[in-house]
Design a protein around this ligand. Structure first.
Ligand code: AMP
Length: 546
């Protein structure tokens, strides 16, 4: 082999990112919303780095070093960014804890990861308190803010934990060493830990700067609404720190009104959140059309399929263009982003924008039939989506069984069923576990949901499989209605939108679609309610079915 003559051993570590925050990016700022009345704090990256150095010294004084796991149970804030940097730069592992986990899952992940310290926002102390007597490895709780410490023990306040003097020097860290740990939610069984390396984190952060991806630049003011515990806020924090974009952190104020106010007053240019958040914002903006959101030009939405019924009105009525992206905790999470191809217009352009997106640079994808055969990229053949690349997980932390199931021959089995077209755009038709097989043919629950949500009187819709004697399974539409809606109205609405045999015969009108800990539709809960007879199912008359 004739070797390249390049510095290929240059380590891709978060130390590099911290270095840029200290110098080139020192003038960017972090704004954090602190109070419901709009009170907020501001600190330049330069000031923040001073605090990161003192936090690192505090951690080192507590004996935290290479490989130690340190938990965070916190909203998006300046302190959470400080923890994002100080912990990995010491060679330790940042374990972001999902504040919406059920208590037993929360205790499980803290014990499984063997967290030695947990940093907790004072507003979240009561949630952590519920499991504090089950935690076997935590030596110290560090409380961010002045609120009560509950029964947590022993505790110290964050500002006191910061050492008086900054750390002398950070240890040299190997790029393949662990930097961060995030457990996935919503799967069956215990949560599974995805262990990001420095290398994967830096490469992924770098990719957020691509215009083809999120397009973070140093001119941006980035509002990560997606929580820092949901797949590292989709890379928005690391990307902003590396590139030098300012961060606007919403803290615990994730309701539409304070978010809209932040966007206006902070002139936010780029943001990311799951569809349910943008749905709330759409309703808020409709009610307050005078709100100025004109600064917001780059908006990424993903984590669940983004309905046209959300994208179109947000764009037409408020000038906000959503870009759909697909990813998973296991994929860091950026896997594909739906920028439409040049020259596409009208309905064709919509078909790209409504897809899960084009496979991101450095990510490889394939779709595979049940028997493992790779399928063609013809936009029609559907199979399980599998991906690989430098920021895709290779296994689960301390979980050999889970690792074997999901990581066959170097590819991550995503559990999503998709097509890929000749241009590399992915279209997800379902999760493997959500698929409805009716009379031997697949019905896409995702597509049915999107079409149902296009009805002006449908606030939310989730479609699950219902056992059926004749067809094995039939779709059941679970609908949150605004105003009067009948089964017949919904069936009429669907009649020219989907194939006749896709149209559900049965609907259940519900108050709210249950959500997972990261705000996605939780169809497991709906399925359980159906099995337990808790859903009031209304069926179309024989005559209406035709
Ligand atoms: P999580 O790791 O909790 O973020 O969940 C990842 C899963 O969310 C993926 O495997 C998909 O099923 C789903 N998902 C993420 N983005 C999208 C999207 N744009 N459209 C449809 N499903 C999505």
């Amino acid at each position: 082999m004739l070797r390249g003559l390049m510095q290929d051993d240059y380590p891709l570590t978060l130390g590099h990112v911290l270095g840029r925050m200290r110098t080139l990016n020192a003038g960017a700022e972090i704004v954090t919303l602190r109070e419901a009345d709009g009170a907020r704090t501001r600190a330049s990256f330069g000031e923040v780095v001073g605090r990161i150095d003192r936090l690192a010294a505090g951690l080192a004084a507590h004996g935290i070093g290479e490989g130690d796991r340190v938990g965070t149970f916190a909203w998006n804030s300046q302190e959470h960014v400080e923890l994002y940097m100080a912990i990995p730069c010491l060679g330790a592992v940042l374990h972001t804890l999902n504040i919406r986990l059920f208590p037993e899952q929360l205790a499980y992940v803290i014990n499984h990861a063997q967290d030695r310290i947990v940093f907790v926002d004072d507003s979240l102390v009561p949630l952590l308190d519920r499991v504090s007597d089950q935690l076997t490895t935590v030596e110290l709780f560090v409380i961010i803010g002045d609120g009560p410490a509950g029964n947590l023990h022993p505790t110290v306040r964050y500002e006191e934990f910061l050492a008086a003097e900054p750390i002398d020097a950070y240890p040299a860290v190997e790029e393949r060493s662990a930097a961060a740990l995030c457990y996935t939610s919503g799967t069956t069984g215990n949560p599974k830990g995805v262990m990001y390396s420095h290398r994967s984190t830096v490469l992924h952060a770098f990719s957020t700067g691509l215009a083809e991806a999120l397009g973070v630049t140093s001119a941006d003011r980035v509002l990560p609404i997606v929580p820092q515990f949901h797949a590292n806020a989709w890379g928005l924090v690391h990307g902003s720190c590396l590139i030098g974009a300012s961060l606007v952190m919403p803290g615990r104020f994730l309701q539409a009104a304070p978010l809209a106010e932040l966007i206006t007053s902070e002139r936010v240019t780029l943001s990311g959140a799951v569809p349910t958040i943008w749905m709330d914002l759409l309703r808020h903006l409709d009610a307050h059309p005078e709100t100025d959101t004109s600064s917001l030009t780059k908006v990424v939405c993903g984590g669940a399929a983004v309905p046209r019924a959300l994208m179109e009105p947000l764009e037409q009525r408020h000038g906000i263009t959503l870009v759909q992206a697909w990813g998973m905790t296991e994929t860091s999470p950026l896997g594909s982003v739906a920028h439409p191809p040049a020259g596409s217009t009208g309905e064709e352009r919509w078909s790209y924008r409504l897809s899960q997106g084009k496979i991101a640079p450095l990510v490889e994808a394939r779709i595979v039939a049940d028997d493992g055969t790779p399928l063609p990229w013809d936009g029609a053949s559907a199979g399980e989506l599998q991906v690989r690349g430098p920021w895709i997980a290779a296994g689960y932390y301390e979980d050999p069984q889970g690792s074997v199931e999901k990581f066959a021959d170097g590819w991550l089995r995503t559990g999503d069923v998709a097509t890929i077209d000749s241009r590399g755009y992915i279209r997800i038709t379902d999760r493997t576990k959500d698929i409805i097989k009716s009379g031997g043919e697949w019905i896409s629950s995702v597509e049915l949901e999107n079409e149902l949500m296009a009805h002006p009187a449908v606030r939310e819709a989730a479609v699950i499989a219902m056992p059926d004697e004749r067809y094995t399974e039939r779709p059941l539409g679970c609908v949150v209605a605004e105003g009067d809606l009948s089964v017949e109205d919904l069936r009429a609405h669907l009649s020219d939108r989907v194939a006749k045999w896709w149209i559900p015969d049965a609907f259940a009108f519900i108050d709210e679609v249950p959500k997972t800990s990261v705000g996605k539709f939780d169809k497991k809960v709906l399925r359980a309610r159906l099995t337990d007879g808790e859903l009031e199912v209304q069926t179309a008359t024989e005559a209406a079915r035709g």
